[in-house]
Design a protein around this ligand. Structure first.
Ligand SMILES: Cc1cc2nc3c(=O)[nH]c(=O)nc-3n(C[C@H](O)[C@H](O)[C@H](O)COP(=O)(O)O)c2cc1C
Length: 188
């Protein structure tokens, strides 16, 4: 079986974010999934300028003139599936993540997408609902199951380990297996 490549995008970049702990937990949870390779792309380490291009990614011709943007586009283009770690900001997607997505378009065509939502009372569910609409516009397909992590700032101990992680790990693996199944069907 060929290895299915999954890009994991961390889209919150604020100081003191919980997102890095969520990312470590997710990467650790999926590290032994067979037949798959997971790469984390942290937008804090790969900052992109505020989108101000003349046209959307759907109408851009050739490479993007900004190497950081082009590298981001190539990361998405080079995988069969994407898992988005989605914080909820004001019932929606963090600005840095939406900004990054606005550069993209064709790179997503026919890809499979899953979500790890995290936030306050709603556990990122409203952010994920918006992301489902966004990835549909980008011609990608999202799987049903999603991780929901409510009051995420209470979930990790001082060493960054998630407490009572088992049910969330189960959901994360189920979602990830669906992303992989769909990715393989879409790229068959
Ligand atoms: C600007 C901002 C807006 C937020 N809005 C919401 C919200 O609408 N609903 C919610 O459940 N949590 C909300 N939160 C809480 C975040 O989801 C929570 O702090 C989470 O840890 C954010 O991810 P991060 O730590 O990786 O940045 C908000 C946090 C920030 C910073």
């Amino acid at each position: 079986m060929n290895t299915t490549k999954i890009l994991v995008i961390l889209g919150s970049i604020r100081e003191g974010r919980v997102g890095d702990k969520v990312a470590n937990w997710y990467m650790e949870t999926v590290k032994n999934v067979e037949g798959a390779e997971f790469e984390l792309l942290d937008l804090k380490e790969h900052p992109l300028p505020l989108f101000a291009d003349a046209v959307s990614g759907a109408y851009r011709e050739g490479k993007h003139p900004n190497p950081a943007v082009q590298a981001f586009l190539e990361k998405i283009a080079g995988v069969q599936g994407v898992v988005i770690l989605a914080a909820e900001y004001n019932h929606s997607v963090p600005g840095a993540l939406k900004n990054a997505l606005d550069y993209t378009y064709w790179e997503w065509k026919g890809k499979s997408v899953g979500f790890v939502g995290y936030g306050g009372a709603a556990g990122g569910a409203r952010s994920v609902e918006h992301l489902r609409q966004i990835v549909a516009e980008l011609r990608a397909y999202s799987v049903r199951d999603q991780v929901v992590l409510p009051f995420v700032w209470t979930m990790f101990d001082a060493a960054g380990k998630m407490q009572n992680a088992e049910p969330h790990e189960k959901t994360a693996l189920a979602m990830t297996n669906d992303v992989l199944d769909l990715a393989r069907k879409l790229s068959a």
